[in-house]
Write a new protein. Sequence first.
Length: 240
Amino acid sequence: MLSAKNIDHARWGALFAGLLKLPVLFLIVLPGTCALLLFPALPRPDLVYPNLILQLLPTGIMGLVVAGFVAATMVSIASMLNSASTLITMDIIKQFKLGLSDSKVVRIGRVSTAALLVVAVAWAPQLQLFPSLWQYLQAVLAYAVPPVVALFLVGMFWRGANAEGAAATMCLGSLFGFALFMVNVVLRWTHFHFLYAAPILTVLDAAILVAVSLRNPAPAEASIDVSCGDSISVAPSNCG
């Protein structure tokens, strides 16, 4: 969505992404609802999916489902590692070292992928701090997503937001979210639900965006040239 051709494409992309999220709710909720009736004595919610597979599916179909589950897991992990290493390599390292050759870029991408995998393995034991994988996912989103939410909310209703404020919000907001996750979940120095953490971080990130944007005001509208189709540039510009 951030690389859309124009505003309309970005809007349709956001709406389509939200539409794709709706069936996921039913796919997640319905198996758990069925398990409440079929297996009421399960000690942990994470055992719902394995019991549904082992108890309800015949042997052949069970093998196909397990194979599909393993394949989907491998593809998801590979795509996430590849995307993260690409961001590190192309959007961070290559921006500071412009003269890197293609072989060095590939080597840095491989090292980044290996490093991210090591970090993921080291972080895996923290999952036991949560009653279920679903709560872990929701908690992580509550601490990680507020900077993006603040950017979109403030950017939609306030024209003074600018690139400097957005960059500061993403950097400082992500840092504050990680620090609060460590303090509240890992170290347990504080004890409040992650649903409270999300609005607290969102308000803090919005304040960062507004403060930094006010310190670095955007150019006046009269100096912005919108005559080159959908692109926006600061005058003087060359549309040729």
